[in-house]
Design a protein around this ligand. Structure first.
Ligand code: KDG
Ligand code: MG
Length: 403
């Protein structure tokens, strides 16, 4: 089998997505998600100009060699744009392999390690009362695990809280990023009472998660982890920016709250220290941004040695193709932890075809060959790309801060 062509689609059905479709001489096509929120055209151009020409005439079964050709073969390694492009190609190749052999991808990765995959969703509210209600809505539709974010008294616009009823969408259309503001003291003084009240309302039978979105210093993270211990979180995510990974040693010394990190990581080297020093409990790397299924299997194997589970990033700013890849990966590995799932807009659901089934808090996979997902090209093309940026974050005095 030979690769004959590959196309890149950049569309906005509900939001911007970048999709790669690889074609073969046997008529089998494979799909990959190349979406990098707010930097879509950089990935698309990298794919079209540099990677796709090198794919032509390659055997799509050679996933290991093709991955190394694009990773090792290119002098400029790592980085989100580079690894997202490689990730989309790798996903599409596994899709082709599954279709050619007539089996779902998870059967090629190790088979079924479980019957269904636990998912967590997002609940966010303007204030504690509103957030309690939103958590209740998610539990009522069957979720067993909910990420809880709330508006904070005294802070007008913050991460994770939308103004409208629809799914939270951080990327805002426009020619420049919008700005949000932040105050760590107000946040730290508020969050423990939020979780106290959520537990009071819903008891211990639900998994609760929370995302700090990289905004704390190590000692602040240690304090928060400690103060949240009575509320037994499933995980506390992205407490600190993870460039300086020794930070996690301090956090770890002070708290037993489980820690999750890695949605912005894109190679195994980004998490090697955190994993081998057992400084985290969940690795949040996702297939699209982590360079594909091929390297993610290695990340999972390394993590398994250290009792660390996966928790793939899966917000609505990655397409159903990435979700499918994460689910096949999660199905096949022993140390699957949980899968993030926010749901999609109606326009997104119409533009992609998919087979993974969600019910009662879990995903099940069909036995459709490949990843069981595709792009409905005519439908997607009705929605042209619209430039959108993730916000910028500033402290109340105007200092630029982590978003
Ligand atoms: O594009 C950025 C989002 O994917 C990110 O802000 C979502 O932190 C996030 C999460 O945990 O889903
Ligand atoms: Mg996050």
């Amino acid at each position: 089998m030979k690769i004959t062509a590959a196309k890149v689609f950049v569309n906005s059905p509900g939001r911007n997505f970048v999709t790669v479709m690889i074609e073969t001489n046997e008529g089998i096509v494979g799909f990959g998600d190349a979406t990098l929120n707010g930097r879509e055209l950089a990935v698309s151009s990298y794919l079209k100009e540099y990677l796709i020409p090198c794919l032509i005439n390659r055997d799509p079964f050679d996933t290991e060699d093709i991955w190394h050709y694009f990773y090792r073969g290119v002098y400029w390694r790592r980085g989100a744009v580079n690894m997202t492009a490689i990730g989309a190609i790798d996903m599409a190749l596994w899709d082709i392999k599954g279709k050619a052999l007539g089996v779902p991808v998870y059967k090629l990765l190790g088979g079924k390690s479980r019957q269904k995959l636990l998912a967590y969703t997002h609940a966010q509210g303007k204030n504690i009362a509103d957030t309690i209600e939103k958590v209740g809505e998610k539990l009522a539709i069957g979720y067993k695990a909910v990420r809880v974010q709330s508006g904070i008294p005294g802070l007008e616009k913050i991460y994770g809280i939308g103004n409208e009823k629809r799914t939270y969408e951080p990327a805002i259309q426009g020619e420049r990023p919008q700005e949000e503001s932040w105050n760590t003291e107000k946040y730290l003084n508020f969050v423990p009472s939020l979780f106290g009240q959520i537990r009071q309302n819903y008891g211990d039978g639900v998994h609760l998660l929370h995302d700090c979105h990289h905004r704390l210093t190590p000692i602040e993270a240690a304090r928060l982890g400690k103060e949240l211990e009575p509320f037994k979180l499933f995980w506390l995510e992205d407490t600190v920016t993870a460039e300086l990974q020794k930070d996690f040693e301090l956090i770890r010394k002070h708290t037993t709250t489980p820690l999750a990190v890695g949605e912005v990581f894109n190679t195994i080297y980004d998490c090697q220290y955190l994993i081998t020093q057992q400084l985290i409990d969940y690795i949040r790397m996702t297939v699209a941004h982590g360079g594909g299924i091929t390297p993610m299997m290695k990340v999972a194997s390394l993590a398994a040695l250290y009792h660390i589970k996966t928790g793939c990033h899966g917000p609505s700013d990655l397409s159903p193709i990435n979700l499918a890849a994460c689910l096949h990966f999660g199905m096949a590995i022993n140390n699957f932890g949980i899968q993030e799932y926010m749901g999609y807009t109606e326009a997104t659901m119409k533009a992609f075809t998919f087979e993974h089934m969600f019910s009662d808090g879990y995903f099940e996979l069909s036995d459709k060959p490949g990843l069981g997902v595709g792009l409905n090209i005519d439908e997607a093309e009705k929605h042209p790309y619209k430039k959108a940026y993730l916000p910028i974050n500033r402290l109340e005095d105007g200092t630029l801060y982590h978003w």
